[in-house]
Design a protein around this ligand. Structure first.
Ligand code: SF4
Ligand code: SF4
Length: 637
């Protein structure tokens, strides 16, 4: 038997195994830029949530199965099969390392049969996944790749050789030895191929999911004192982002759910990640630039695509390997471009110029408009003695429909006997500025507001705007002075739901409506049941749209798109994001769309005008509740 067993075989095995292992480890450490690893940059808080995610998303494969049930199940069979196979692999290698003198552990009994069943299931999974990738070839998977074919081939050889051995090869004869080496070569080949392919996710996905930030789409605080003004060069990428970018499995799930893609725009979240990966692998310098710079090979990501993102978070929510596309990449790259003055988008520039001038709101409307509104509606002014600060924000302080919502909220707070007040003068919290990349402006506004909150002794804030709520409950908490104030921040749907017992509602009216989940409320904050409970309390049956709850579909306004979106979609013959969403709402047949954000009615109202169907009412939760208050003379809808 010579070279294939006994001492020569043992020596050859050790040489091959050590070489493959050294190569495997070296490639991974190089791809992960391990020299950048800094444990201080990792957030390991809330271990319960992290282990929970690990259990559900990795061990149970829930996310993989939920998005694409059949494909997900086949992938899960392969993954679970690997786990079942692990001891058999250890045993297989032990036979070779001990010079083929032992038969390894006894696995011919129940464990051998158990692994055989899993080997068969892995073959079934691989056959389906290969059929899909190489025969069906869904667009989302992109171009065919040689490494995918090789990985499928070697995994199949692993399973077949195990089954052959288990089925009853004569121990230690020539066929057994050839079969043993075929199994071993397949294992070693995978050690060489995996770190050079998307299959690296086998190793990186569990780590990325465990280390994923606790709150989705969180923007990283900048280290301005050390000239960190946003992401510009590859060398700035934090280690966690390098890990995430290298873990992309190229499944295209993020592309499938992206509203910008659905509306025919050029932004593709999968390629934001893959372009970063390829840039890193090629030793690229600048990450994002103009179309010309990208064509000339001077940058990897077209800035035009970055400014199309609505920050809806659908991509991050859907990604099965824990990649954060929005806060840590797209928005950080916007900040880098803005800090260097390298933006070629007139609307973004106009937004900043408008917001930099007093009164700072993104519409540039005089603060007198808000002051008159507050006086006319007799809103109490917050003086530090009330329990709640009712934060109007620009959407409910300046927009005409937003103002109606604020009045409805006033009625609700009064009916519930809550003590509250609004600021006499309010500036923008800086949300559109930060999302569009102007960190300097955001910091100026947030410092002013923090001082105001401190001076007034604000302890609890309620807002009808999910964007302001996220800002004041997540982004602002990165600022120590604000975080020290320990302010409780609630969206109005959360407060109204808490106040239900104190509200005299007249729910005898019954009817149906549909509810549009705002992305920042449902996906970012996880507030899904409260708005529905409120609507049921008002006597409504909620007819769900195809995309609802945390799988909601954006209205198109977020990420400052309300102010900077390109108007060119009509020419491309595709529906805009708001039109796609409005059609979904129309399909429910409901005559009313309930909303919970001041931006959504602006976007859906625009879509209603474009579609020529203005018979659908678009009402905020607060308006619906206020109309059900028994003391409200106007009564029901
Ligand atoms: S956040 Fe939304 S719009 Fe932006 S890339 Fe992701 S899915 Fe697309
Ligand atoms: S980023 Fe995530 S969802 Fe998108 S292609 Fe890569 S692995 Fe799939």
């Amino acid at each position: 038997m010579g070279i294939i067993s006994g001492l020569p075989g043992q020596v050859v095995l050790i040489l091959l195994f050590v070489s493959a292992l050294v190569y495997f480890t070296g490639r991974i450490l190089a791809r992960l830029h391990i020299e950048k690893f800094d444990k201080n940059q990792l957030d390991l808080g809330n271990l319960r949530l992290r282990f929970g995610r690990f259990f559900l998303e990795i061990l149970c494969q829930t996310k993989v199965i939920k998005g694409r049930p059949l494909v997900g199940l086949m992938h899960a069979l392969v993954m679970w099969g690997f786990v079942a196979f692990s001891f058999a692999t250890f045993n297989h290698m032990a036979i070779g390392f001990t010079g083929f003198q032992t038969t390894g552990f006894e696995i011919d009994g129940w464990y051998g049969a158990f692994v055989a069943v899993w080997s068969f299931l892995v073959l079934v999974g691989m056959a389906y996944l290969s059929y899909r990738r190489f025969i069906i070839r869904p667009k989302a998977l992109g171009k065919l790749s040689l490494t995918s074919g090789l990985v499928a081939f070697f995994i199949s050889i692993l399973m077949l050789t195990y089954l052959l051995d288990w089925w009853g090869l004569e121990n230690r004869d020539l066929i057994w030895a050839l079969n043993w080496w075929a199994h071993t070569f397949s294992l070693l080949a995978l050690l060489v191929i995996v770190p050079n392919s998307k299959h690296l996710h086998l190793l990186l996905a569990p780590i990325a999911i465990f280390l994923k930030p606790e709150l989705p789409s969180t923007m990283r605080p900048l280290d301005i004192e050390n000239d960190d003004l946003g992401l510009v060069e590859f060398k700035q990428l934090p280690w966690l982002d390098i890990l995430q970018v290298n873990g992309c499995v190229e499944c295209g799930r993020c592309t499938d759910v992206c509203p910008a893609q659905a509306s025919g725009q050029t932004l593709d979240p999968k390629f934001i990640i893959l372009d970063m990966q390829h840039g890193l692998l090629s030793g690229g310098k600048i990450i994002a630039g103009t179309t010309e710079e990208v064509s000339a090979g001077k940058a990897w990501i077209d800035e035009k695509n970055l400014f199309q993102c609505t920050t809806c978070g659908a991509c991050t929510h859907e990604c099965p390997v824990g990649i954060e596309h929005v806060g840590r990449k797209i928005l950080d790259l916007r900040r880098g471009l803005v800090s260097e003055g390298r933006i070629n988008n007139d609307k973004v520039v106009k937004l900043f110029t408008t917001m930099e001038k007093a009164p700072h709101n993104p519409w540039g409307i005089s603060q007198e408009t808000r002051r008159k509104f507050v006086q006319k509606e007799n809103f109490p002014i917050f003086d530090g003695n009330q329990e709640w600060l009712f934060w109007l924000g620009c959407g409910n302080g300046y927009d005409p429909h937003g103002q109606k919502v604020a009045v409805a909220m006033k009625d609700i707070l009064n009916e519930a006997g809550v003590s509250w007040g609004v600021l006499e003068n309010e500036i923008c919290c800086g949300e559109p500025a930060r999302r569009a990349g102007n960190e300097a402006l955001f910091l100026t506004l947030s410092e002013q507001l923090t001082e105001t909150f401190k001076g007034k002794g604000v302890k609890k804030i309620v807002s009808c705007c999910p964007h302001c709520t996220t800002m004041l409950d997540k982004d602002y908490r990165q600022i120590k002075d604000y975080s020290d104030l320990n302010i409780t921040m609630l969206h109005h749907s959360q407060l109204i739901n808490k106040l239900t017992a104190k509200l005299a509602l007249s729910p005898e009216y019954s009817g149906t409506l549909t509810y549009h989940d705002p992305c920042y409320l449902a996906r970012d904050r996880g507030v899904v049941s409260e708005p529905r409970q409120i609507l049921r309390n008002c006597g409504y049956e909620v007819k769900e749209m195809t995309h609802c709850g945390s799988n909601t579909f954006c209205c198109g306004a977020g990420g400052a798109q309300l102010f900077i979106a390109d108007d060119g979609n009509d020419e491309k013959g595709k529906d805009r994001i708001n039109q796609i969403r409005f059609k979904e709402a129309e399909e429910t047949g409901a005559g009313t769309i309930a909303v919970a954000c001041p931006y959504c009615p602006i976007m859906l109202g625009d879509a209603a005008v474009r579609s020529g169907n203005q018979s659908v009412a678009i009402l905020d939760l607060a308006e619906i509740v206020a109309s059900r208050l028994k003391t409200n003379k106007k009564g029901g809808q």
